[in-house]
Design a protein around this ligand. Structure first.
Ligand code: 5RP
Length: 229
């Protein structure tokens, strides 16, 4: 991507993040996603906390936890929470019916828990993330290592061409000690059906299709903030 495109995309991410952070109020317990777009939101929240906003948060990844704590945001144990007032996260793709692909950063399992716990699950995005149909971005799937081949083969039967995720030549390991398979299902006609089929596979911890879980998507196109809900 050219530098100008990247700068414009970052400006859109920042605008969407600023719009989302306005929904956070004193006393909220806030779920924090992972990724470059969410990083803008965490930094904006950090500024508001320095100005006196009283919040606590739960983090979807170790890197989000470290960033939030460095900005003075108190992090609670996600595993002990029954509900979050609000959550802010990014996405790799979204449609106007609020179906998402997430997990480009490999944090999909904890992100799904956070979205499920959230009364107001907000996704923030630049305009490049909006698609008519999901599937140009591969579907990340978190797999327990001893079930790797089984899950890989079962996904193949569903039409998914999988690749084990590596980073700089090394197998990518999630914060939960698991593997990621990035699966290409082509453009997905029925994301809810595929999500349900994937949920049936033993050993598959979580997949990156987020269906009926998002309250709103806040997108910036560089000029306007557009809210899909
Ligand atoms: C991480 C995610 C991210 O939200 C998604 O990959 C988008 O990342 P970015 O904001 O960097 O484009 O799901 O697991």
């Amino acid at each position: 991507m050219a530098t100008t495109d990247r700068t414009q995309q970052d400006a859109q991410k920042l605008s969407a993040a600023r719009a989302a952070v306005k929904f956070v109020k004193d006393g909220d317990v806030v779920g924090l996603g992972t990724g470059s777009t969410t990083t803008f939101a965490i930094k904006e929240l950090g500024k508001r906390v320095k100005e006196g906003l009283q919040i606590k948060a739960a983090a979807s990844s170790i890197r989000t936890q470290e960033l939030a704590e460095s900005l003075g945001i108190e992090i609670l144990d996600l595993g002990r929470l029954s509900q979050l007032d609000i959550s802010i996260d990014g996405a790799d793709e979204f449609t106007d019916s609020l179906d998402l692909i997430k997990g480009g950063g490999g944090a999909l399992f904890r992100e799904k828990i956070i979205a499920s716990l959230s009364k107001n699950a907000i996704i923030i995005a630049d305009a490049s993330k909006k698609v008519k149909k999901l599937g140009a971005f591969t579907v990340p799937v978190e797999v327990i290592p001893l079930a790797y081949q089984y899950v890989f083969d079962q996904m193949h039967k569903l039409g998914g061409k999988g690749i084990l995720r590596t980073v700089a030549g090394q197998t990518f390991i999630t914060d939960n000690g698991n593997l990621i398979i990035d699966a290409d299902f082509g453009l997905i006609d029925d994301p809810a059906k595929l999500s349900a089929d994937l949920n049936q596979i033993n050993g598959l911890l979580a997949h990156g299709l987020f269906i009926n879980i998002t309250s709103k998507v806040i997108m910036s196109d560089g000029e306007d903030i557009i809210i899909f809900e």
